[in-house]
Write a new protein. Sequence first.
Length: 254
Amino acid sequence: MKTTSSVFNAYSRYYDLLYRDKDYLGEADYIQTLLTRMGIAHGNLLELGSGTGKHGCLLANRGYRVHGIERSPEMVAQATSLNGFTCEQGDICTTQLDRTFDAVLSLFHVISYQITNANLNAAFTRANEHLSSGGLFIFDFWYSPAVFSQRPSVRIKRMSDNQIEINRIAEPVTYSNENRVDVNYTIFARDLVDGSVETINETHPMRHFSLPEIELLSAINGFDLIGAEEFLTSKSVSEDTWSVCVILKKNDAT
């Protein structure tokens, strides 16, 4: 199993193409609506695990000032510079900036990549340290009842542009006692110009959570859990909800 430090080293070369069909616009709209509903219609945002900057740039276009922290130097290099969006290479569990923000975001299941209790507590602690008084920590994650109910299955994804054709096989291995699913990816990337094929094998360990577990993590790390809903739709959470979004508020009494 690859550690989280190396998970995206090769994968990052094809990341944007693999997720070209991801509804970044819709997700940015959802986050903006959520922030506005919570009284943050503008201001400074910190994004933990900012990837190639898609969410950050879209939120910057909506008037926010966004700074991202991303562990993969390859993804940081690919991120688009934009007025209102900046990013830097760093570990969300250890990076400490000498500034605070109105809200901290961690999107696309970044928290689920924190598979150890030590890393989880560290990520929560860093989020708290970077929040202004009463600030919000908003993130999405794999939801345990849905994982147990639906069971991850083998999936194949095909994407292409005018240069590269990608076939990705995702084969999950479930570790129920650890609340973890290791997703074993095999990627075949064919160069449409010269016909060469690159094969990449990576394992992405993903931890899933129940709401009581999130509530306990929040309390330990100085947050109050003030909201939970299905990511993107705002529907109530159920065993059919694979991706849950929670809103935590910094507890200034701690």
